[in-house]
Design a binder for this molecule. Structure first.
Ligand code: SF4
Length: 189
């Protein structure tokens, strides 16, 4: 496997080890609900493109995840266009870039939305539970919550990275795809 490219068969594994919390959450939700609203599809879809999921794999991924709720015919009609669009194959053929932390933190998710930054948008209770599920120790959880209370969301994410990887991240987290790359670097070294 080439660095910076993932195939559909590796995606569950790397989601567990190397996705930042914002993307883990969207990934878990699409598996659970077999659906994601537009904001979530954009945030996760562009991130997956950034980690190296090819267009054909992306189409196969979303189609399979949506299958229990969305027929193949409806998928092709309502969703495939947007995915191809994100890959620059439709419309103005712009190659859309994955969202930065700053952009994700600044959105206002509505009811039933799962995009956004968990450090900013989760309730304290849900955030604590999510951190524990990621394997963050209780002491590190308190350090993360301290940053959250001071509205330092990216620093909270950086501390989470350091806690789950047992490795420092001096540059700090400013992009979900940077989190992914740094994580893969630590895990493959
Ligand atoms: Fe995602 Fe950035 Fe928030 Fe971390 S700080 S959860 S990478 S948006």
């Amino acid at each position: 496997q080439e660095f910076g490219e993932i195939s559909i068969k590796d995606i569950d594994q790397v989601a567990k080890t190397s996705f930042p919390l914002c993307m883990r959450h969207l990934f878990e939700k699409v598996k659970e609900d077999h659906h994601l609203k537009h904001g979530g599809r954009m945030q996760l879809g562009l991130f997956l493109k950034g980690v190296g999921l090819k267009l054909d794999d992306a189409l196969a991924f979303w189609k399979a995840e949506f299958a229990p709720k969305v027929s193949a015919e409806r998928f092709d009609k309502e969703y495939a266009y947007n995915i191809r669009h994100n890959y620059g194959r439709e419309g103005k053929r712009t190659d859309y870039t994955p969202y930065s932390c700053q952009k994700i933190i600044s959105v206002t998710p509505g009811i039933g939305d799962h995009h956004g930054c968990p450090y900013r948008h989760f309730s304290e209770e849900n955030l604590r539970a999510a951190l524990v599920r990621m394997g963050v120790s209780s002491r590190a959880v308190e350090d993360v919550m301290d940053k959250v209370h001071n509205r330092h969301y990216q620093l909270a994410c950086t501390l989470t990275f350091e806690a789950v990887h047992g490795s420092s991240c001096d540059a700090g987290i400013n992009h979900p795809n940077q989190y992914f790359i740094d994580s893969q670097r630590v895990l493959q070294s």
